[in-house]
Design a protein around this ligand. Structure first.
Ligand SMILES: *Cc1c(COP(=O)(O)O)cnc(C)c1O
Length: 336
């Protein structure tokens, strides 16, 4: 199977499963699980933050962070296409009574500084209290320019706002830019990091930040149903991923570049972009369903939308990329 639908589709390999089996565990709701404690400490240190908190999903980690930063009637500034705003069921509003203030992205994925500045509301009973700026890195595969991140968070801090990063793919951002995870996280008060994307763990995110913030997030995690018992089994997979699967993200990025190059030569496909482990392409609408079915018959999975996204990950090698591109070429050769 060559599954390019997402980097969430990876399966734990034998060595990761062995690490999970060998994990020392305890009841983490009681704070007794040594493997969870180690994952939290190691991740926090790597991100340059005081503390870490283990979550079952990035959605819950982001939500608990927003709820730790904002109270009922507060507002957070976020991108119109950001995951927290668009792909998490509106949780901040539904469960946090936090009003989102979405802003249009610039082409590079950033939120223009003047738009952020203009969106911050005055202290007046008419307005929600603007409390937080939330960014995402990588955003649609793109690494946010570091000088932009520093300027945006400086602006936010100067206006009394806290800052949160949805760093579901912050490891990709670090590897692609040659920066440390600490540098990527440094401008933010809190960062949510996913282990179930390119890092290849089956489950798990860690929220990092200062101890006081994480104490509030810990309370919200319990309320949201995220208190887990012998979670060391899962944390062990994340620790394994941290040790073995970070530097290799570079291969995913190289494979995505290889894929983009191969597909660019296949009319009538149009490759519209490639960044880190993602390739974006336009598929003529009439070809979407037949192409998807053709590939599926050959053990290859994509979500063939007119504006499609293909994602590389640790279960896809360079040879798989070549086989996949050859199958796509043979589909269009038969069609023409
Ligand atoms: C995957 C993802 C998340 C978290 O999603 P979960 O499936 O809940 O772990 C958050 N932000 C971004 C940008 C993501 O890609």
């Amino acid at each position: 199977m060559i599954d390019l639908r997402s980097d969430t589709v990876t399966r734990p390999g034998a060595a990761m499963l062995q690490a999970m089996t060998a994990a020392e565990v305890g009841d983490d709701v009681w704070g007794d699980d040594p493997t969870v404690a180690r994952l939290q400490a190691v991740t926090a240190e790597r991100a340059g933050k005081q503390a870490g908190l283990f979550f079952p999903s990035g959605t819950q980690s982001n939500l608990a962070a927003l709820m730790a930063h904002c109270e009922r009637g507060d507002e957070y500034i976020v991108g119109q296409l950001a995951h927290t705003y668009r792909h998490e069921g509106g949780g901040a509003a539904v469960l946090g009574s936090i009003q989102p203030q979405p802003l249009e992205h610039a082409d590079d994925g950033s939120l223009p500084l003047e738009k952020i500045a203009a969106a911050i509301k005055p202290a007046d009973a008419h307005f929600a209290r603007t409390r937080l700026l939330a960014l995402e890195n990588t955003f649609h595969g793109k690494v946010l320019p570091q000088d932009y991140v520093e300027a945006a968070t400086r602006l936010a801090r100067g206006r009394g706002l806290a800052t949160h990063l949805d760093g579901a793919r912050a490891f990709n951002a670090a590897v692609a830019s040659g920066r440390t995870l600490e540098e990527i996280c440094a401008p933010f008060d809190s960062v949510s990091l996913c282990f179930s994307k390119g890092l290849g763990a089956p489950v798990g995110s860690v929220l990092v930040g200062d101890a006081a913030l994480l104490q509030r997030a810990h309370r919200w995690r319990k309320l949201l149903g995220g208190g887990m018992r012998q979670a060391g089994v899962l944390a062990a997979a994340c620790l394994y991923a941290l040790e073995h699967n970070v530097a290799r993200l570079q291969q995913d990025h190289a494979n995505a570049a290889r894929l983009a190059q191969a597909l660019a030569g296949i009319a009538p496909l149009q490759v519209t972009g490639q960044a880190t482990n993602m390739v974006f392409l336009q598929i003529p609408p009439a070809h979407c369903a037949p192409l998807e079915a053709y590939l599926r018959q050959r053990g290859m999975l994509i979500q063939a939308l007119p504006a499609a996204r293909l994602v590389t990950h640790l279960d896809v090698g360079a040879a798989d990329i070549d086989r996949f591109a050859a199958a796509v070429a043979s589909y269009f050769a038969a069609e023409s």
